[in-house]
Design a protein around this ligand. Structure first.
Ligand SMILES: *Cc1c(COP(=O)(O)O)cnc(C)c1O
Length: 438
């Protein structure tokens, strides 16, 4: 049976209800204390190892969405080596660490090249997709303020990442959701009807996290362009997927800066760019708008302080490491990895197509997809898969399963498929585990 909690419906109207406050008991922050005497390094390491052994294996290809293993040991060794070299750097001050600034500039420019950032465009690296989105929404808010809008709105598909709602919450903006059409894409007519004089930015996902489906980016960007407002394309996943699908000759609808109305794109190097966590890029078509990303302050006793992101002190290692991964793979390397991933995705899609009572949600373009069923309790299927060591994710709407395939899944795809098929045929009652993204 399907649990009532999991079936919780979306809010009926376009206004999202943003909740805050602790969702669970707040852990007691007095439980640990600094040891009086330091613990010997080997004992510290032993404790770290013991704790890590209880976490999921990040190399085991049984996780989905949280890590993006390639299964390539050479690449991993490079990541570790570069990371170690820059572990103690700080990207806060580009004048003191000019080479870190240069690595960052080159990662931004290489990413810009992938998504056809026109000359005069600008951008920066951030800690992740969320921060990239936050900075873009801040810039769009400032642009709306400059036009005299006092309570700017973010207009985003109901399938958009929660980071947009978070931005609205942080920056005092209103969050308006575009309902989805039958194919789980942002409904264009609905979007047109929801644009107001207060709309600061229209969001389109290329592609979205819940279903791996592309929004009608060119059309949404067109709506924004007609009104002279921003259009942020969420390429957090797609930014390092779609360019290589295009190279491989797949049919990729226009989504990047080649679409006239697109003003910002976010792309996460720490997802399908295959570097370690802490690396994303936010790009602006117009360098002037990138300028709005900077916060400057000089009314204290230590001189001018400026930064283009949320962080003050900013880890240098993710920047140097992202640069190294991109240099090492190059267009050919990424394309070859994508070729393998496409084959893995095709196997999984074929297997799902052959299941009688389970289907895909919409038409996913790449390695992210969702499954739904009217007759099979897919949370019960997930329970079986969990018991076999797969960390499968659950979707709430439509109620079902979520799959985010990484290159390393290629080595285990046959086992994944046979376990999935088996679990769909033989499963018990759902244990009522909830869908949780974080
Ligand atoms: C992951 C993701 C984000 C947010 O990125 P983080 O790196 O987790 O902060 C935004 N949009 C989409 C579509 C994503 O998949």
């Amino acid at each position: 049976m399907v649990s009532a909690v999991a079936r919780a419906a979306r809010p009926a109207g376009p206004r999202a209800e943003i909740q805050y406050g602790a969702p669970m008991d707040i852990p007691d922050a007095t439980q640990a204390r600094l040891p009086h005497t330091g613990v010997a390094a080997d004992a510290v390491l032993a404790e770290v190892d013991a704790r890590q052994a209880r976490e999921p294996d990040v190399h085991g290809a049984r996780l989905f969405g949280l890590v993006y293993p390639t299964g390539r040991h050479d690449l991993e060794e490079l990541i570790v080596a570069v990371n170690n070299r820059y572990l103690f750097g700080n990207a806060l001050n580009p004048f003191k660490f000019p080479e870190v600034a240069r690595f960052e500039g080159e990662v931004v420019a290489m990413t810009g090249g992938l998504v056809h950032l026109p000359e005069g465009g600008g951008g920066s690296m951030t800690s992740g997709g969320t921060e990239s989105i936050l900075m873009s929404m801040l810039v769009n808010r400032e642009r709306a303020h400059a036009r005299g809008v006092t309570r700017p709105q973010i207009l985003a598909p109901a399938s958009a990442h929660p980071a947009y709602a978070k931005a609205a919450h942080y920056f005092g903006m209103e969050y308006v959701r575009i309902p989805l059409d039958a194919e789980f894409r942002a409904d264009l007519d609905a979007a047109r009807g929801l644009i107001t004089a207060d709309t600061a930015v229209v969001v389109a996902s290329a592609f979205n996290y819940p279903y791996g489906v592309m929004d009608p980016v060119a059309e949404l960007a067109g709506l924004a362009h007609e009104r002279g407002i921003g259009c942020h394309v969420d390429g957090c996943i797609g930014g390092f997927v779609l360019p290589f699908l295009e190279v491989l000759g797949h049919d990729v609808p226009p989504w990047d800066f080649r679409v006239e109305g697109v003003t910002e794109i976010s792309a996460d190097v720490h997802k399908y760019g295959y570097t370690a966590k802490g690396a994303s890029v936010v790009l602006h078509r117009d360098a002037d708008w990138f300028g709005h990303q900077f916060f400057l302050y000089d009314q204290w006793g230590a001189g001018l302080y400026g930064s283009p992101g949320v962080a003050g002190a900013k880890p240098a290692a993710p920047i140097a490491t992202a640069w190294a991964v991109m240099q090492s793979l190059g267009l050919d390397g990424y394309t070859e990895i994508m070729r393998g991933l496409v084959a893995t995705v095709a196997k999984v899609r074929n297997a799902i197509d052959e299941l009688d009572d389970v289907s895909l949600v919409g038409d996913p373009i790449g390695p992210v997809m969702a499954m739904r069923s009217d007759t099979v309790d897919l949370y019960a299927v997930a329970d079986v898969l969990d018991a076999r060591g797969w960390h499968i994710n659950r979707n709430t709407d439509p109620y079902g399963l979520h799959l985010m395939l990484s290159p390393a899944h290629g080595a285990v795809v046959d086992e994944l498929i046979s376990d999935l098929v088996d679990a769909v045929t033989h499963h018990g009652e759902s244990q009522g585990k909830e869908a949780r993204y974080s």
